[in-house]
Design a protein around this ligand. Sequence first.
Ligand code: SF4
Ligand code: SF4
Length: 311
Amino acid sequence: MAINTSPSGLLFDIQGFSVHDGPGCRSVVFLKGCSLNCQWCANPEGILPVPTPLYSVSRCLLEGDCVTACPSNAIHLHPHSIHINYSLCASCPISACIHACPTNALKVCGYQQTIDELYSKIQRDRNFWGDNGGVTLSGGEPLMQIEFTSSLLKKCYDACIHTAIETCGQVPWRHFEAVLPYLDWIFFDLKHINPDLHKLATGSGNRGILDNAKQLAHAFKGRIIYRIPLIPGFNDKPGNLHDMAEFIRSTGHHEINLLPLHHWGREKYAKLQSPYPADHYTVPTKKQLQEAQSIFNSHQLKCYIGSDTPF
Ligand code: SF4
Ligand code: SF4
């Protein structure tokens, strides 16, 4: 019997037909696990590096089948909902709670897939990519699962598929080194130039991120677009924007995609039984976005707002 040695990765979504994450039409693969924990994360279900139960209270019968089934005593029944202690789920291989639930109030987020399985799924989209489409790896942080990510990118690159990643930059430099030969584009997130404020909102300082950005300036010959979420009250002060602009200029790259904060992740936090951490931030107005754009432009950087990025 042939043994499948294709490395496997933990994914939580695959979306076809994306036109916002690189040139042409793209298949976007979302890998589970992130090295940051941003307050405004739109994909909080992708942060934990393990399969995670998502809970819909409106479907719950409150009969407690999941409570009985859980081998880790991680679920407790409350009068109007269950409560899951997610820290106990990290070592649970079976998601017994999900199988026990009769109404799909619990669903698992995260599944293993081998390179070969994923590649054949991606291949089915190939006819829709057009001349310049391809594959973008996102997350979570796609460079966390580096063996899987580098093997997948190599396989795509060898098959002349255009490759891109969206990264928060918070990984050891050797993880970048492992994928650079197989990458055409990088979307590199920057959130704040001040390490303390960065840590306050993302759980981690930014020194490693800035160091990686500097190293990429020399080591990567493809296209880098910096992605900056504009979050009023967090990173929209002119001083911070000027400092970020100067930093980006110093890397020799000059393209920014400014992304307005949105609150689309709110319902996902509810399914993770977690309060929404970005409630106190307001969505930026068009004027605020344009003011930030003109600050970046004043540093001779090209700044595109939202989906206006020319690919
Ligand atoms: S880096 Fe991205 S995926 Fe990770 S927590 Fe922040 S917003 Fe979410
Ligand atoms: S995933 Fe496992 S440990 Fe977590 S609640 Fe479900 S059965 Fe219990």
